[in-house]
Design a protein around this ligand. Structure first.
Ligand code: NOJ
Length: 739
């Protein structure tokens, strides 16, 4: 992809929600310069090498070869090693046994919690709650740093409209505006205000860029799109995290416009450094450099290393390309000394910012590890957050359940503690999960009022448990059926070509519904599923995602109405796979589907165009009424603004939260614009009968986009504005903007 026409000054304000000036100050620690003068070529290259630790039943271990590499100064960074004691041991080798005593950097995938596990990220984003998401990241940072870690490979900022892709579970869904909020909140939560504070964790913005758009939804597959779409739709969350101060970025596995991100200077230099002012370092993904040989972009691993470092890729994760070949590449002049030194300075400066040159052991604290991990407070917060992330998809009135009713709890996932944690659970352990959903329901409802049957497994076609499950349903007044995906069916390398609930779980639902007993379906899953079948048989459907350590209790809290659900989907749920990609940020097309009797329109013959559950959808146990929308004026110009007001009333009998969403449509543009673009939201808590006026301010910044010449700005014209509790249920008004 060629550098665009955009000039640098304009580039800083190009992305929605981004600040004009890069938030990152210069990283220029004087100790780094002193060190650089003393370092040999091998020692410099060592700072660009990242090797993994291993884990055995007896705890963390390290291959002897890697220990030797640390000792010789040829490996300066380690990932997957944790516990305060173990990281201290490794750090002692680096500090005491190498010539220059440069401390190691310890990285780890702290994705949605470290020991206390929060809901998977797709679930977290459904809370639409900036403070809670930031707090989850802060707690994760406290727990992880207490175990000796400095660096997390998070936030994952990959926008995704591809439910087949297993890693959709790790991101914040399909919307660039919401995704940017989540990316910034997580970065702030990890890094705090002072990276050298031993309770803060270096964030890593990944996977840069557009890893969430693999063709066919198959992990690691080719990505290709226009530069306009890349900038408009995919880049904003990465940019938001960089603006929030993230000091490391991970290059993605995929190619973009034919160039693997690992050696893509358009991404790593032009966009990241020149436009966004990023000052930290870039790490490859796991063996990402070597994989450029398979991509057909490099002849061999040596050449891959040359291409990567010359494109701005500073650190090699696990591939040993830099470790093996960089010395020769520098000696032969294929990589300049300046390029090498620049990469080394970036890594050392981040180590300095973490405070490792002041005290290399400041993160290894057995006391903190013992006292600040899995605390009662952390678990209470995890329980609240898990409940706040749940999305009530449907409810015919069966929910909330009344305590004391006889309930049959059925389903492959009902009594699983392991699945609650999701596929990427940091250092979270099943033994830390206090209750499965079944156990939590028993506690809430009294064991004698709960009967359990597994019914079937989450995959396979064994129906032998059906009869017991049907008998259980017949003996109860209501059924809670917990179904979905095995947690390992989402995450990395877990793409699916079918997004229906696997196995015979749906068939079991149908059999249970045939008993005449009302059935509540609780879903554990990490992607938008095709729920068209299930929706016909379930009295209510609660999307619980993989809700984390306290997920069992959180599900019970919602089922019994102790918590009124307020989550809203951050991703569209299609009617079937044939509709994919389907997302709210869609264009109108030249032939929008308006007339059911006309043929040549943009539509399917066999399903409606609308998804099963729209972006922003989520019900509550109470009801909310939106008044008509009032604009303070029907036009504005230049840097003026207008306000859009709506009065929200809780018309039900319970307190509850509503996420009020603002969308805008630019009716005519120099390039086509989406029919609804999320531009703001606010989460409001109202008691029964309570009303509140909600106000959004509309100014030029909300109307800007990449115009036809790729300049960033607004255009004179007519706009529509929509406010509502879901992208498909909105009030609407019109206004005009004059430049
Ligand atoms: C590969 C994954 O793509 C990335 O997200 C992760 O951070 C690294 N492996 C390290 O585990």
């Amino acid at each position: 992809m060629k550098p665009s026409l955009i000039i640098l000054a304009a580039a800083c304000v190009m992305l929605a929600g981004c600040n004009a000036a890069p938030a990152q100050g210069e990283l220029n620690d004087p100790r780094v310069e002193k060190l650089m003068k003393k370092m040999t070529l091998d020692e410099k290259i060592g700072q660009l090498v990242l090797f993994t630790s291993d884990w055995s039943v007896t705890g963390p271990t390290m291959r002897q070869g890697y220990i030797d590499d640390i000792r010789s100064g040829r490996c300066g960074n380690i990932f997957n090693a944790y516990t305060a004691d173990y990281t201290r041991k490794l750090q002692e080798i680096a500090v005491n046994e190498t010539r220059l005593g440069i401390p190691l950097l310890f990285g780890y995938d702290v994705i949605h919690g470290f020991r206390t596990i929060f809901p998977i990220n797709l679930g977290m984003s459904a809370s639409w709650d900036e403070q809670e998401i930031e707090e989850a990241a802060r707690i994760a940072a406290v727990e992880a740093t207490a175990a000796g870690l400095h660096w997390t490979y998070s936030p994952m900022c990959d926008i995704c409209v591809e439910p087949r892709w297993g890693r959709i579970s790790e991101g914040a869904g399909e919307d660039p505006f919401l995704g940017s909020m989540v990316a910034a909140a997580m970065t702030r939560g990890y890094q705090g205000n002072d990276l050298s504070d031993p309770a803060t964790l270096l964030a890593c913005v990944k996977h840069f860029a557009a890893y969430g758009a693999p063709q066919g939804g198959r992990d690691y597959n080719t990505v290709d799109m226009s530069e306009r779409w890349l900038r408009e739709f995919y880049l904003p969350p990465y940019k938001a995290a960089v603006d929030a101060g993230a000091l490391s970025v991970m290059a993605s596995f995929n190619e973009l416009d034919g160039v693997p991100a690992t050696a893509n200077s358009f991404l790593l230099q032009d966009v990241l450094r020149n436009e966004w002012g990023f000052k930290g370092f870039v790490v490859s993904d796991y063996t990402g450099i070597n994989e450029m040989v398979n991509h057909g972009f490099a002849a061999d691993v040596e050449d891959a290393g040359r291409l990567a470092i010359n494109a701005g890729l500073d650190m090699d994760m696990q591939g040993a390309s830099y470790f093996t070949y960089l010395k020769d590449l520098v000696k032969s002049g294929k990589v300049s000394k300046r390029t090498l030194d620049t990469a080394v300075r970036r890594v050392l400066n981040v180590k300095a910012a973490l405070g490792l040159f002041d005290d290399p052991y400041k993160y290894c604290s057995p006391e903190r590890e013992a006292s600040q991990t899995l605390t009662g407070e952390n678990k209470a917060f995890a329980r609240k957050l898990a409940a706040d992330c749940m999305v009530l998809l449907t409810n015919d009135g069966i929910l909330p359940l009344r305590r004391g009713e006889k309930i049959a709890v059925i389903g492959a996932l009902a009594d699983s503690k392991d699945d609650l944690l999701g596929s990427w659970r940091g250092a979270g352990e099943e033994k830390s999960v206090p209750a499965s959903i079944l156990e939590a329901i028993r506690e809430a409802n009294g064991s004698s009022n709960v009967i359990y049957a597994e019914g079937c497994k989450e995959a396979g076609n064994d129906r032998s448990g059906f009869s017991k499950a049907i008998a259980a349903a017949n003996s109860a007044s209501k059924v809670v059926l917990v179904i979905g995906e095995d947690c390992q069916w989402t995450g990395e390398a877990a793409s699916r070509s079918d997004i229906r609930i696997p196995g015979v779980q749906s068939e079991l639902l149908q059999k249970l519904a045939a008993t005449g007993k009302p059935v509540v379906v609780v879903l554990l899953n990490g992607r938008p599923l095709d729920l068209s079948e299930e929706v016909q048989y379930a009295g209510a459907m609660l999307e619980a995602w993989f809700p984390g350590t306290m997920g069992g209790y959180a599900v019970a809290d919602v089922l019994f109405g102790d918590v009124n659900p307020g989550g809203k989907l951050s991703v569209t749920f299609p009617r079937n796979l044939g509709q994919v990609p389907i997302y709210h940020y869609a264009k109108n097309t030249g032939r929008p589907f308006l007339d059911p009797d006309a043929k040549y329109q943009s539509r399917y013959l066999d399903v409606p165009n609308e998804p099963l559950f729209a972006f922003g959808h989520g019900l509550s146990y109470t009801s909310f009424d939106y008044s008509e929308l009032e604009l303070s004026a029907d036009s504005f110009g230049g840097y003026e603004s207008i306000t859009a007001d709506v009065t929200l009333t809780n018309t039900g009998e319970r307190a509850g939260s509503e996420t009020v969403q603002l969308y805008i449509r630019d009716l005519v543009g120099s390039v086509t614009r989406p029919v609804k673009q999320l531009k703001g939201f606010t989460k409001v808590y109202l008691g029964p009968g309570e009303s509140r006026k909600i106000r959004f301010t509309i100014d030029k910044s909300l109307l800007e986009f990449y115009r036809q010449d790729m300049s960033w700005g607004a255009e004179t014209g007519d706009f529509k504005l929509f406010i509502g509790g879901s992208s498909d249920k909105v009030r609407e008004a019109s206004f005009r903007y004059e430049e």
